[in-house]
Every structure is written in C-alpha cells, then in structure tokens.
Design a protein around this ligand. Sequence first.
Ligand code: NAD
Length: 552
Amino acid sequence: MRRSHLFHQSSSFDNRLFSIRSIALTSRFQRNKYPTNLSYPSVLFSSSSLSKMSCSATLSLTAEVEEKRKFYGDEANSLIKELQKVFNSGKTKSYEWRISQLQSIVKMLEEKEKDIIEAIHKDLAKPHLEAFIAEISTTKSSCKHALQELKHWIKPEKVKTSITTYPSSAQIVSEPLGVVLVISTWNFPFLLSLDPVIGAISAGNAVVLKPSEIAPATSSLLVKLFEEYLDRSAIRVVEGAVPETTALLDQKWDKILYTGSARVGRIVMAAAAKHLTPVILELGGKCPAVVDSNINLQVASRRIITGKWALNNGQACIAVDYIITTKDFAPKLIDSIRTELKEFFGENPIESGDMSRIVSKSQFARLVKLLDEDKVSDKIVLGGQRDENKLRIAPTIFLDVPQEAEIMNEEIFGPLLPIITVDKLEESYDIIKSKPKPLVAYLFTNNDQLKQHYVKNVSSGGMCVNDTVTQLTVPGLPFGGVGESGMGSYHGKFSFDGFSHKKAVMYRSFDGDASVRYPPYTPQKEKLLKALLRGDLLGVILILIGWSTDEN
Ligand code: NAD
C-alpha cells in the first residue's frame, strides 16, 4: 500500500517563510549562518525539490547548506551536552523540580490561553472552542493528572521474591532516562508538543522539543512560552524543518518520541538505531468505522461527524478515515449524516467558521487529487466543493469507491469520507485486514456479539465502540499504534513509564548464606539445589537432616 509520504513532500514544498530560531543557541546561529526568515534549507533537503533544480546549482547549494547544517550539528551537540550536564547534576530528578515545572505549565495554560488559541487559529483556522477543548483543556487535564499522580508513579513498586533468595526483598525503581527528544507535528500543534513533554518532565528527564514547521505560529509561540515559564537549563525548544531535525537526530538521545508520518518515522528510527536510542513512534493510518444498522442513527451520525469534520476537519490521526456499512443501510446513514452536517455547519459548510481549514496549499492539492481521481469523483454523494484561495474543501462523502483507488490506500487526513458497502458486516474484517493496522478502529452497534468479535479480531492501536475520539479522554488508557500505526504508547502513567527506565533492584542481607550455591559441587549439594529449585520444602528439610532418598 502506498502510504502517506505526501505529507512530507508538502512540508518541504510549501513551507511558508520559516524563521529558524533555535532557542538554545539562537543568537550566534542566526547572526552568522542563516539570514532571518530563511526557508531554503527545508526546500533544499527535500528530494522532490532537489530534483527540480539544475544539477550544478543543486550541488553548490547543497554543499553550502551542508556546511551550515554541520555547523548546526555542532550546536545541537553542544545543546545536548549542556542538558546532559544539568541532568547529571540530579536537578531534574527531584520530585520538587518536576512538580514545579508541571505547575508552571498549568499556569502558562491559564495565563496564555488567548495567545495559544490565536496561534493555532493562524496556523489552521481552528475554531476557538475546538482549539480550547482539543488542545488547551486536554493538555491541562494531562498536566493536572500528572501533578496528582506523580507521587504514586515515582514510588518503587514491590515485587515478590522466591525461596531461592530468602531472605530478600525486591522492587522496580522508575528512573529517568536522561536527555530526551520530542519531535511533534502540525495538526494539534500545541497538544502534541506539550503532552509528551509533560511525560518527559514527570519522569524526571531533561527534554528538547522540536515542533512542526508546518504550524509556524504555534512553533514560535512555544519558544516564547517555554522561555517564560519553564526551566531553560533543562527544557528547550528547537525550531526548524528537515535540516534542523536531522541535526538533532544525529545526536545521541536517551529516548525519542516522534509524532508524524510512517515515512519520517522510519528516518527517525534509523537515526536512533545508530545510537541504540529507544523510540516511541506515534504514527497514523486509515482508521475504519464499521456501522451496524441497529443503532441510534442520529447519535452515531453526530459522533461520526465529530470524529471527522469537527476534529481539525479530518486532519487528525484518529479521524474516521472510511466507513463500512451494509448496502441496505448506507442510504439511511448518508441521509442522517447530511442532515446533521447541515445542522452543525449550515447550508454552505465551506464558509463555516466552525471547521478548520486545510493546513497548506500542498495538502490542499493532495486532497483535491484524491477527490478528482477517475472512478472516485463520480462516486461523490455529498459535497465536493472546494475553494483553493481559502484552503477549504466541503465535507465530502463518496459511496463505493474502488478499493484500488488512491483514497482507499493512503491516509486521507482531510474532509473526505468514503463509505464502502458490504452485504454482511462480517465482510468488513477482510477489508480492514487488507490494509496496515490502523491507529484506531471504530464500531457502531448494539450487538454485543459483534462488539466482542470486533475487539477480538481487529488489530489496531486502540478501539472505541459507539463513539469517536472520546477514548482519548481516559487517562488510564494508553495511546499508541501497532504495526504501521506506530510503536510504544503514552498518556497518563504510560507517558511516565515511556520516559522511565524500570530498574530491577533486589535487597539481600548477609544472612541465609547457603554454602550449597558455592563450589565444590557435591552430590549432596546437587540434591539440595534441585529440591530448592523445585520449590520442594519438605525435600530440602529431609536432605538437610540426612533423611533424603536417592530419588531426591
Ligand atoms: P510534519 O510534516 O509536521 O512532520 C512531523 C515532524 O517530522 C516535524 O517536526 C518535521 O519537522 C519532522 N520531519 C519532517 N520530515 C523530516 C525528515 N525528512 N527528517 C527528519 N524530520 C522530519 O507532520 P506530518 O508527517 O505531515 O504529519 C502527518 C502524519 O502524522 C499523519 O500520518 C498522521 O496520522 C500522523 N499523526 C499521528 C499522530 C499520533 O499521535 N499517532 C498525531 C498526529 C499526526
């Protein structure tokens, strides 16, 4: 299956002028090497853009940027060394430091709510309320949960020991990993930057955040806010695009959490492998929603709309990517979604202020290409309107596009929704399994047997039955993918665990020093050891008092 590699062509192609500001190192870097507001490094490092240039020009410019990147590599190296020093001092390990940083994040969210919402609106035209709920309130809940639970999370966890080590005790001690890197993406540019950072701080690490250059207003706001509210000796933001991320990835980190496409996920993992750095990859995929007929149709339609168009206009990793329903039920479902869409976004949804716009021209072009593909465009049953100047595409539903169409083989990440019909819902399994494992699989049904069967038979990062998206509000649930949709997870305690090492510690006393474990090995010792390993207490006693038989 061709995956969503286009995301990254876009990121390099149509980067708006992007001011590269490395917080850590800024002044020297900016003054000497890059003119301000320089976008060409991002362009130069994309293979697609390179191919557009003449060969010699490419070579000389690449060499020039390579030289600059090397410089930036040095800066990245000094940054990590500086943070390692602070980490090694033990500062970030203290409970008080962690709490104070988390409290500052809550304060920042309260005091800068307006600025954050405005920056996100600049980047995506995300409706204010949606930004507040999905980015600010969610980040605040995550931070408050960490504040509330941290004292429990950091406690060593007792583990039972066995007779072999008697007397002893054992525990699992969570220790911070060191200096960690968080690379985030543009669709929830605030939440997806802050939430992993909250996990990294809770676990007692020093952390560098690299926000996405595709959401430049939020990226530069994050720089300001981190400077103002957080301890810059241990928590930094480095802005930039591909060259800057590459320079960061060249360094040895203690963990990397990356959110974005599987294509770049592979680049991140390959870079991490060089240093044996563990990774959490939060990727995407095609999230199916199987819709049964025995449902509350209005509620299901509203929830599907919320999990698609009211969620950054479908530009979300957990958005419903396509629906599978029965041939008989599809017309009713389409009618109901049409009615509810009108209720939510009015007669002309393309003009609605309650829906985000498409993030960039190249994302717009990518979506239009999916929309206009032969054998797809004639399957539109709702929507299809677009406005290139405003980067808007109306909520669009297709009925029974061919499985081989691009739209069924690439993560849509936008306001297009194909509905695939089947004679029986059981046929859904084959369709879902023909694609890489999704990040989330949705199901709408009142049939308990179907629920159980779906949970058992569909492999996905997560699942939600009879709703969309709300699974993310449960802090006790891990969030992460499986297979192509990612590896590792975070949220709540899973974030803390993801950024901790679980150290196995055993405590013994000098008592109970059985000579049986030491050479020279005699037949008597062998019998005793075997009885011990079998957990045969009576056998041990019999051997010790000399009553054992040969069979022991
Ligand atoms: P993006 O272009 O913002 O890239 C993500 C990050 O990778 C950015 O910080 C960017 O600078 C960096 N990057 C891009 N190309 C790079 C390269 N060649 N080398 C090193 N770093 C590079 O975001 P995107 O990839 O367009 O995001 C969309 C994808 O992210 C979708 O597949 C979506 O499903 C997925 N996503 C997943 C989650 C999740 O939590 N699982 C959340 C949001 C988005």
